[in-house]
Design a protein around this ligand. Structure first.
Ligand code: ARG
Length: 271
């Protein structure tokens, strides 16, 4: 069963991030004031701005705070663009439309805690990984559930078309009646707290965020032995080597200079 968004306003948030590398202190040239060489075309006037799509309903990776897009992945992508010397513009597409946008070319780059999977690799290309994750099961504290198989017969909330949905389908079949696929993650968690589903299966970082945030609710998180390590990658349409190379170049730099780790520590502490 597929459950639509309850609250999602199709807000297209475009945050122009003027991230042309400012070369200060690193021996580069100033981008203005020193006289561009040659034909006098103003610097960067026709420079490509890469549209970056995300589903900003996935805290603390990507979220909306006072209509402003923020989070771990947002900081990572901004840092990559800065390090790679290219400009980006943000678009809060939602989850399914992010993939559509890449297909249609309205989105150049997708960053949204997207797990690198073989299936997705058929249609898209991924950057090097930037984050390690795994699935977790969210259940009530007094639930007898200790592993995935124990959820059999129960109503399980997932975000549709995610790896969380995949593990549930793998365990109970593609047509499992209790599988409730939501368009976005917060709706599945809401329905769990409202008692409309018995469990939620989803990425550890997000479920841990909710556990921390809503302290008066009694629940626990369970890791099943079958849950494999997942790696988040930044996604482009298959064959878009221009965008992919730029992303990988920037990513390599922020891995080497400690910026990626710094952003991680900011959101997830040091351990
Ligand atoms: N990591 C999971 C996947 O790739 C879930 C990602 C969902 N991301 C989001 N922004 N809603 O399938």
């Amino acid at each position: 069963m597929r459950i639509g968004k309850k609250w999602f306003k199709s807000l297209v948030l475009v945050v122009g991030v003027g991230l042309l590398v400012s070369a200060c202190g690193s021996g580069g040239q100033q981008s203005s004031g020193t006289g561009a060489s040659g034909s006098g075309s103003s610097s960067g006037a026709d420079e490509k701005v890469y549209v970056v799509g995300t589903d900003a309903a996935y805290p603390p990776f990507q979220m909306l705070e006072a209509d402003k897009i923020s989070g771990h992945d947002i900081d990572v992508m901004n840092a990559i663009a800065e390090a790679g010397g290219f400009k980006i513009e943000w678009k809060n597409t939602g989850w399914d439309p992010l993939f559509d946008g890449l297909d249609k070319g309205t989105v150049d780059i997708g960053i949204s805690s997207i797990t690198i999977t073989d299936k997705r690799k058929e249609k898209y290309d991924f950057s090097e990984p930037y984050f390690e994750a795994n699935q977790l099961i969210l259940v009530a504290e007094d639930s007898p559930v200790t592993k995935l198989a124990d959820l059999k017969g129960m109503k399980i909330g997932v975000q549709a078309a995610t790896t969380g949905e995949e593990v549930v389908k793998k365990a109970f079949g593609d047509t499992y009646q209790g599988l409730m696929g939501y368009d976005d993650m917060p709706s599945s968690v809401d329905d769990f707290f409202n008692g409309r589903v018995d469990a939620v299966v989803g990425d550890n970082g997000v479920l841990q965020y909710y556990v921390k945030k809503i302290q008066d609710k009694k629940f626990k998180l369970i890791k099943d032995d079958s849950f494999e390590k997942e790696y988040y990658g930044i996604m482009v349409k298959k064959g878009n080597t221009d965008a992919l190379n730029k992303v990988n170049e920037g990513l390599k730099k922020i891995k080497e200079n400690g910026k990626l780790q710094e952003i991680y520590n900011q959101y997830f502490g040091t351990n």
